[in-house]
Design a protein around this ligand. Structure first.
Ligand SMILES: Cc1ncc(COP(=O)(O)O)c(C=O)c1O
Length: 390
């Protein structure tokens, strides 16, 4: 089935965080949003069919995921990542951030050090701080508009701070790196050397551009399954974030039990019926839709690159390997982050995530979500050109 992703769908008055909450969050009512990471595309038809069937059935009682759901996931991870998962590894949570917080509480003690690699998805630092753990950072290095891990700094920070846990963002939001197997091997060997547990947040793992391949960190062959909590979800992949459903894989039984006990303490057990229905349909029959979306995103990326080169050469695109988020370098304009935000919001009428949110290393950068119809993207770039163009 081919999908028309060019159609602009009005998301106003749909309880949308992206489109309905601007005024509430201090932004102009009619601002064009490219910030939060959901897509402006309707989800896959098999998902809509399954949800409609469930609505017609009309009973939304307590729900379990069941065998067909896990079977669909098993086949997905085997086919596209070569990772053989076991059904008993699965723990369902209402979100990946929920899972990260749960893992931090379950597997470390208050005051323990937890490491992240900024600029990185800001709820990582919030989760560490909110749970009274010590935040340790090993910033990525930017070389020629390309980000890499800082290996010497990573090892030094882990050993000096007695780090107990690392949160690996793979692919990396916001800089768009899809870590190579070689890089993940090196990351793993440092974690093994210092007995560090890893939360591998692979929520963006289904979005890679041609020439890049996502390696599931736990599928490396040096015992990673034993010390890794792998966070995955249909939310980004199939645009189902509002249904609140994640799949957390914990092969090590002791870690899994500790995680589950923490879930009991949080009082979370049964699942959202619609999330299970949608997830099962998505992983069983959603692949053609996802392939269409990936092709469309590649075209959006090419369109953006060309537009910036031709009309706004002052903004440099950090070429992403994956994800539908792009990291734009505005440093050539010499603005403070505060002034840059003012220009974007009040002159360009654009709502994007300021880089500084992702850590001080993000100063002068802006994250833009390109998962929208080309018309919307074109409009956003045009508004940007009027303020920052030549
Ligand atoms: C790296 C990363 N992890 C987690 C999330 C959010 O996950 P959830 O909504 O399931 O908590 C996002 C959303 O943008 C993300 O980019």
């Amino acid at each position: 089935m081919s999908y028309t992703l060019d159609t602009v769908i009005n998301r106003k008055n749909t309880h949308s965080l992206k489109y309905d909450c601007a005024a509430e969050r201090g932004k102009p009512e009619d601002i064009l949003p490219f910030w939060v990471a959901d897509m402006d595309f309707k989800t896959a038809q098999p998902v809509l069919d399954a949800l409609e069937k469930s609505v017609r059935h009309g009973i939304f009682g307590y729900t379990e995921s069941g065998i067909p759901y896990v079977r669909a996931l098993r086949s997905w991870y085997m086919s596209y990542f070569g990772w053989e998962i076991k059904p008993e590894w699965l723990v369902k949570t209402p979100g990946v951030v929920f899972a990260i917080c749960t893992a931090i509480r379950a597997l470390t003690h208050p005051g323990d050090a937890v490491l992240i690699q900024p600029p990185v998805y800001y709820p990582f630092s919030e989760s560490i701080r909110a749970n009274h753990r010590k935040l340790v950072t090993s910033p990525l290095i930017l070389k020629n508009e390309h980000y890499e891990m800082d290996w010497e700094d990573l090892e030094k920070k882990i050993s000096e701070n007695d780090v107990k846990m690392c949160i690996l963002c793979s692919p990396h939001n916001p800089v768009g790196r899809v870590w190579t197997e070689k890089e993940l091997d090196r990351f793993s060997s440092i974690c093994r050397k210092y007995s560090v547990r890893v939360i591998a947040d692979e929520i963006h793992g289904d979005f890679t551009y041609p020439g890049h391949r996502q390696t599931v960190f736990a599928s490396l062959r040096h015992g990673e399954e034993d010390f890794t909590i792998t966070c995955t979800a249909p939310s980004k992949t199939f645009n189902l974030a509002g249904l609140q459903d994640s799949n957390i894989w914990i092969p090590n039984e002791i870690l899994r039990r500790a995680f589950q006990e923490e879930m009991v303490r949080a009082g979370y057990s049964q699942l959202n019926t619609m999330a299970v229905v949608a997830g099962e349909a998505a992983y069983s029959a959603g692949r053609p839709w996802l392939e269409n979306v990936k092709n469309y995103l590649k075209e959006n990326l090419d369109f953006t690159r060309k537009y910036l080169t031709e009309h706004i050469p002052g903004i440099k695109l950090v070429e992403p390997d994956g994800t539908y988020l792009i990291w734009l370098d505005f440093r050539s304009f010499g603005l403070t982050d505060e002034d840059l935000e003012k220009e974007l919001v009040y002159k360009a009428n654009l709502w994007m995530d300021m880089g500084i949110l992702f850590g001080p290393e993000g100063s002068g950068f802006v994250r833009m979500n390109i998962a929208c119809p080309r018309q919307t993207l074109g409009q956003g770039l045009e508004q940007m050109r009027k303020v920052f163009g030549r």
